[in-house]
Design a protein around this ligand. Structure first.
Ligand code: SF4
Length: 487
C-alpha cells in the first residue's frame, strides 16, 4: 500500500534508489526545502484521506511516537560518548533525572504484543556477561555525571527478575558507587510473576528498591495464551503480594492492558476486579499501542467511543473497590489506580521525556535510551556479546523540539495546553500549526477548545495517527524510505 501511495505522489518520491538524496536534490533544484514537503499533500479531502492512510500504515508497522532527533551520528568508542555526555551535562538544566537500566532477556518466548528490545535468553551465562557489561558501562559513564543527582532508578526489560541474587547485588552496588542517587526517590524493579521469588524480593528491598512492578497484562488464561504469554492466576499474584509485604515493600504494582487480542473489555474488567480483591496497592492499566492494536484487529473495536466508555467503567469499578485514579484523565495513555490508603512516591514513570516535568534520563544497557531534556539523545544499539557496542547520538533542533512537544504531549495526555506551549516556546501553537489543526478538525480527530487542543474522545485509539500530523514530513519519509529500502 505504501508503495502505491508513493507512486501516486510526484515522480521523484517514487524513486527508491537513494530516495532521500534524490528527493532532496530535486526539491533543491526547484527551490523548495525538504521540510516543506507538506506541499505534497495538497488541499482537499482526497489528499487528506491519503495522508491518513499513509499515517495509519506507518503506525501499524512501526513504533514512531515522537519525531526523531534532527541529526544522528554513530560512535564506537565509550570515550567518544563520554566526551559528548560531558558537553551535554554542561548545559543540563533538568528538574529531574532518572537512571534506567535495561535487561533485554526474556524467559522462553516473546509475547506477541511486545514492543521492547528483548530476546529469549539462550543460557544463564548470557546474563552473567551482560551484568559485567552493565557494570562496565556504569563505571565508564560515571565521571560525566559527577555532582548531578538522580531522583529515580528504574530497572526494566525484558525480564529483570531473571537476574540471580548476586547479579542483582552487583548492579545496585554499581549504581550506588558510581552515581549520586536520592534514597528518597522511587526505585523500581520490574519483575515477571514467573521468575520472581522471596529471596530476590528480600535482597531488592535491602538494596533500596521501594517499588516492585509486575507485568501481568491479564488474568484471563485464554486472552494471554492468544498473545503467547505465560498465564499465572490470582493465587500466584496473591502469593507474590504476601512476599512483597513480608520483605517490607509498600509499593507493589500490577500492570494490566486494554486491547489484548480477543478481549472485548470483559477480561480487563475481570482482571481489575481480581486485583482490587487481592488488595494490591497499585494497578496500572495501559492501552495497547496502536502498532499492535491493528495487528490484533482491535483498533476498530476500540474506536467508535468504546475505549472511552471502557475506561469510564474501569474508573467506576476502581472507585467502588476503594481505589483512587491518580490520572483522572480518560485520554491519558494509561490509568493508574491506587488503594485509597496508599500514596506512591511518584504518580507516573519518568523513563520518557515529559515536557511538563523537564526531565532527563541516563539509559544503560542494550537498547536503553538516554535523553537530556528534549535536546540530546543517545542509545546503545548492541552489546559486547554481539560485537563492538554502537552508540547512536542524536541532537534535536529547536524547530523539531516544538514538534516533539506537541506530538509527545498530545499522545501521552490526549491534549496540549496552549498557554503551556507558549510559556515554553514563546509562540502561538494555533499559528504555527494552523494547517495541521484545521486538518485534524476536518477529520474529527481533534478539536480546539479554549486553552486546549484535545483528541476526540470517540477517536482516542487513533492517537498515533493524529500526532503524526505534527511530525516533520522529512522524518516520516526518511523512516518510510529506510524501511522500504531495507525490506
Ligand atoms: S515478557 Fe515483556 S519484554 Fe518479554 S516478550 Fe513479553 S512483553 Fe516483551
Amino acid at each position: 500500500m505504501i508503495k502505491e501511495l508513493m507512486f501516486q505522489s510526484p515522480g521523484y518520491l517514487g524513486d527508491f534508489i537513494k530516495p532521500r538524496i534524490i528527493t532532496e536534490q530535486v526539491l533543491e533544484d526547484q527551490g523548495i526545502e525538504f521540510d516543506d514537503l507538506s506541499l505534497w499533500y495538497g488541499d482537499g479531502s482526497s489528499a487528506l484521506q491519503q495522508k491518513v492512510k499513509l499515517f495509519k500504515e506507518l503506525s501499524a508497522r512501526w513504533e514512531m511516537r515522537v519525531p526523531d532527533p534532527t541529526f544522528f551520528s554513530r560512535f564506537w568508542e565509550t570515550g567518544d560518548i563520554n566526551k559528548i555526555f560531558r558537553l551535554w551535562m554542561d548545559e543540563d538544566t533538568s528538574l529531574e533525572r532518572s537512571i534506567y537500566l535495561h535487561i533485554p532477556f526474556c524467559l522462553e518466548k516473546r509475547c506477541s504484543y511486545c514492543m521492547y528490545h528483548s530476546q529469549v535468553m539462550q543460557s544463564p551465562g548470557q546474563l552473567e556477561t551482560y551484568t559485567n557489561e552493565l557494570v562496565h558501562w556504569m563505571e565508564i559513564f560515571s565521571p560525566s555525571f559527577a555532582g548531578k543527582p538522580f531522583h529515580t532508578v528504574y530497572v526494566g526489560g525484558g525480564t529483570p527478575s531473571l537476574l540471580n541474587k548476586r547479579q542483582i547485588e552487583r548492579i545496585f552496588k554499581a549504581i550506588e558507587t558510581n552515581y549520586q542517587n536520592s534514597v528518597k526517590g522511587e526505585h523500581t524493579f520490574e519483575a515477571s510473576p514467573v521468575t520472581i521469588n522471596q529471596k530476590k524480593l528480600r535482597i531488592l528491598r535491602q538494596l533500596g528498591v521501594n517499588r516492585i512492578s509486575i507485568g501481568i497484562q491479564s488474568l484471563d488464561r485464554k486472552v494471554l495464551l492468544r498473545e503467547s504469554r505465560t498465564y499465572v492466576g490470582a493465587r500466584r499474584i496473591n502469593e507474590i503480594h504476601q512476599w512483597v509485604r513480608a520483605a517490607g515493600f509498600e509499593d507493589f504494582n500490577i500492570d494490566l492492558m486494554i486491547g489484548l487480542s480477543g478481549d472485548d473489555g470483559s477480561a480487563v474488567r475481570r482482571s481489575l476486579i481480581i486485583g482490587i480483591e487481592l488488595g494490591v496497592p497499585s494497578i496500572t492499566i495501559y492501552i495497547r499501542r496502536s502498532t499492535q492494536l491493528t495487528a490484533a484487529g482491535s483498533r476498530e473495536y476500540l474506536n467508535a467511543g468504546r475505549l472511552y466508555t471502557l475506561i469510564g467503567e474501569l474508573n467506576r469499578l476502581a472507585a467502588e473497590g476503594g481505589y483512587r485514579n491518580l490520572v483522572d484523565n480518560p485520554l491519558y495513555e494509561c490509568q493508574h489506580y491506587v488503594r485509597s490508603d496508599f500514596t506512591p512516591v511518584l504518580p507516573e514513570y519518568r523513563t520518557q521525556y515529559s515536557p511538563l516535568h523537564r526531565n532527563s534520563c541516563l539509559g544503560i544497557g542494550t537498547g536503553a535510551q538516554s535523553f537530556i531534556l528534549d535536546r540530546y539523545y543517545y542509545e546503545i544499539r548492541s552489546s559486547a556479546e554481539t560485537g563492538t557496542p554502537l552508540y547512536v547520538v542524536g541532537v534535536t533542533s529547536q524547530k523539531d523540539r516544538i514538534r516533539a512537544f506537541v506530538a509527545g504531549t498530545l499522545y501521552r495526555y490526549g491534549y496540549v495546553e496552549l498557554n503551556e506551549f507558549k510559556r515554553q516556546h514563546g509562540q502561538d501553537l494555533t499559528v504555527i500549526f494552523s494547517r495541521e489543526i484545521r486538518e485534524l478538525e476536518q477529520l474529527g480527530l481533534a478539536s480546539l477548545d479554549g486553552n486546549h487542543l484535545t483528541l476526540a474522545e470517540q477517536k482516542v485509539a487513533e492517537r498515533d495517527i493524529a500526532v503524526k500530523f505534527f511530525y516533520r514530513p522529512s522524518s516520516l519519509f526518511d523512516t518510510l524510505f529506510s524501511k522500504l529500502t531495507m525490506n
